[in-house]
Design a protein around this ligand. Structure first.
Ligand code: PLP
Length: 480
C-alpha cells in the first residue's frame, strides 16, 4: 500500500501542470491575447500570401517535448512557423477562391465554448448549448425563407453539410443500393466538386450523373434540365436529385432557382441548393431578390465561415422537412437510456456526429453583439463593390469581362490584339502575384484561362477594390 501511495504521488506531481492554477490561467490568457493582438495589427501590412520557410526546420520546432516548455515559447513557435504563412484569409485584399473573414468575437466564442466544454451533441447533457444551436438554425431558416418544419445541423463546413443533405435525400427517397445505378442526379460543370464527393462518400457514386449545360450567364440551362428529366423518365431511369448552385465558386452564378423549383416539383425530384458561398446574401434585401426560389428547395447548405465572416469551421445544412433529416440520422446506444424521454432537441439526432464542439457559440456571439443589420449592410456593400468593380474593370485597356455578376465574383481575361488571351491572362495573374498588393486566383471556363475577383470579407472596402483595379491596370500594362 505504501509503495502504491508513493507511485501515485509521484505520478500526480508529474501530471500537476495539467491542473493550471488561477494565476497561470490568467497569465496564459493575457499572453495569448497579446499574441493575437500583435497578429491582428500586423495583418494590414502583411502580404496576402506568404511563402512557408523550410519544412524540416518547422517540423522540428513544432515537435512535442517530453518535459514542459514555457507558454511564451510555444507562442513564439506559433508566430514563426504557423501564423501568417500561406494565405492570410483575414486580409482585406484577399480576393481569391472564396474569402473568409475571421470575426474576432467568434474566436473569443471558441475560447469560451472550450472553457465551459458543454457536451453539445445531446440535449439533456447541454440544454443551454443545444437550445442556442437550435436558435441559430431556426434564425437561419427564417433568413432563407424555410418554413417551421425545417430542421438542420451545424457542421464543420460545407462539404460535411452537403454529405448530410445527400444522405437525407437518399433516405427520404428510400434509395437502396440496388436502385443506385438507375437513380439520376442533375448538376452542372460548375456544381462544386464537393457535391460529387458527398455522393461518392454516401455510397451514391454509381448514380447516373447528368451534367446539364450552362447558359451564357454560366447558370444551369433549365430547358435542357427539363428535357433531360423527361428523357430519363421515358428511358425507365429514376430522376432523383438536382444539385443546383446559389453562387458557384467559379463565377458566383446563381442558377435559376425558381424555375428549377418548378421543374423539381412537377417531376417529383429532390432539389438541393449549394448556397455555401451565396446563401449569406439572403440576409440583405438585394441579395434575397437575387436568390429568389432558394426558399422552395428541399435542402440547402450555407457556410457561415464564408459570407458571415466567421473563422473556418462552421457550415450549415437545412432540410425543408426536418423530419427527413431526423429519420436519416436518429440513432441511440443502450448506454444512452438515461437520455431517452429527454424533451430538449439533440443535435446528434440530425448529424453523423455524437460528441462535437459547441459550434453554435462562434456563430451566435458575433450576431448577438453586432446585430444582424451590421452583417446585412456589409453584404449589401459587397454587392455594390462588385458592381463597381465590374464597371471599372471593363474600362481597363485589354480587359474582357465575363457575364455581369450575380453576387460578388467577377471573372475577366486579358485579351490583347497581338497575343493569345490564355497566355496573356496567365501572365497577368502571375504579374499580380509577384506584385503582391492583392491576391486573386484563376479558373478555366470552356478551355479559357479566366481570372476571378471574389469580394467577401467584412473589411474589404472601396479603397481595397480601387487598389485591385490599379494593380490590374499596372500589371496589364507590363504585358502589353
Ligand atoms: C466552399 C464551398 C463548398 C465547400 O465547403 P467547405 O466549407 O469548404 O467544406 C461547397 N460549395 C461551394 C459553392 C463553396 O463555395
Amino acid at each position: 500500500m505504501r509503495s502504491l501511495n508513493n507511485k501515485l504521488e509521484e505520478l500526480r506531481q508529474i501530471a500537476a501542470p495539467l491542473e493550471s492554477s488561477p494565476a497561470t490561467r490568467l497569465a496564459h490568457f493575457q499572453q495569448a491575447g497579446e499574441h493575437a493582438e500583435r497578429f491582428l495589427r500586423s495583418l494590414p501590412q502583411r502580404d496576402v500570401y506568404a511563402a512557408a520557410g523550410p519544412r524540416e526546420e518547422a517540423v522540428d520546432a513544432l515537435a512535442i517535448p517530453e518535459s514542459p516548455e514555457p507558454f511564451e515559447e510555444a507562442l513564439q513557435v506559433l508566430d514563426q512557423y504557423v501564423d501568417g504563412i500561406g494565405h492570410n484569409l483575414g486580409s482585406s485584399r484577399f480576393f481569391a477562391y472564396i474569402p473568409s473573414g475571421g470575426l474576432h468575437d467568434s474566436a473569443i466564442a471558441d475560447y469560451l465554448a472550450a472553457v465551459s466544454n458543454r457536451y453539445a451533441g445531446v440535449g439533456a447533457a447541454a440544454p443551454g448549448a443545444t437550445r442556442l444551436e437550435h436558435v441559430m438554425l431556426r434564425w437561419l431558416a427564417d433568413v432563407v425563407g424555410y418554413p417551421e418544419s425545417a430542421e438542420g445541423d451545424l457542421t464543420s463546413g460545407g462539404s460535411m453539410a452537403a454529405l448530410s443533405a445527400v444522405v437525407a435525400a437518399r433516405e427520404a427517397n428510400n434509395l437502396k443500393s440496388a436502385d443506385v445505378v438507375s437513380a439520376v442526379v442533375y448538376l452542372t460543370s460548375h456544381t462544386h466538386h464537393t457535391f460529387r464527393k458527398a455522393l461518392h462518400v454516401a455510397g451514391l457514386g454509381e448514380c447516373v450523373i447528368r451534367e446539364i449545360p450552362l447558359d451564357p450567364n454560366r447558370r444551369m440551362d433549365c430547358d435542357k434540365l427539363q428535357a433531360q428529366i423527361l428523357d430519363d423518365r421515358n428511358a425507365g431511369l429514376r430522376p432523383w436529385l438536382i444539385g443546383a448552385s446559389a453562387g458557384t465558386t467559379d463565377t458566383g452564378a446563381v442558377d435559376p432557382l425558381d424555375r428549377i423549383a418548378d421543374i423539381a416539383a412537377e417531376s417529383n425530384v429532390w432539389m438541393h441548393v449549394d448556397a455555401a458561398y451565396g446563401g449569406a446574401f439572403a440576409l440583405c434585401d438585394e441579395g434575397r431578390r437575387r436568390l429568389k426560389g432558394l426558399e422552395r428547395s428541399d435542402s440547402l447548405i450555407l457556410d457561415p465561415h464564408k459570407g458571415f465572416f466567421l473563422p473556418c469551421g462552421v457550415g450549415v445544412v437545412l432540410v425543408r422537412e426536418g423530419q427527413k433529416l431526423y429519420d436519416a440520422y436518429h440513432a441511440r446506444g443502450v448506454y444512452m437510456q438515461d437520455v431517452d424521454g429527454d424533451t430538449e432537441r439533440s443535435p446528434c439526432d440530425y448529424s453523423a456526429e455524437l460528441t462535437r464542439p459547441f459550434r453554435a457559440l462562434r456563430f451566435w456571439l458575433p450576431f448577438k453583439v453586432h446585430g444582424s443589420q451590421a452583417f446585412a449592410a456589409a453584404l449589401e456593400e459587397k454587392l455594390l463593390l462588385t458592381e463597381y468593380f465590374y464597371e471599372q474593370c471593363g474600362n481597363i485597356p485589354g480587359i474582357k469581362l465575363g457575364p455581369s455578376p450575380d453576387l460578388s465574383i467577377v471573372t475577366f481575361r486579358l485579351c490583347p490584339d497581338a497575343m493569345d488571351a490564355n497566355v496573356a491572362s496567365r501572365a497577368l495573374l502571375e504579374a499580380m502575384l509577384r506584385d503582391g498588393r492583392v491576391f486573386m486566383t484563376s479558373t478555366t471556363i470552356a478551355g479559357q484561362f479566366t481570372i476571378r475577383m471574389a469580394i467577401l470579407t467584412y473589411h474589404t472596402h472601396l479603397d481595397d477594390v480601387d487598389l485591385a483595379l490599379l494593380a490590374i491596370k499596372e500589371c496589364a500594362e507590363e504585358i502589353f
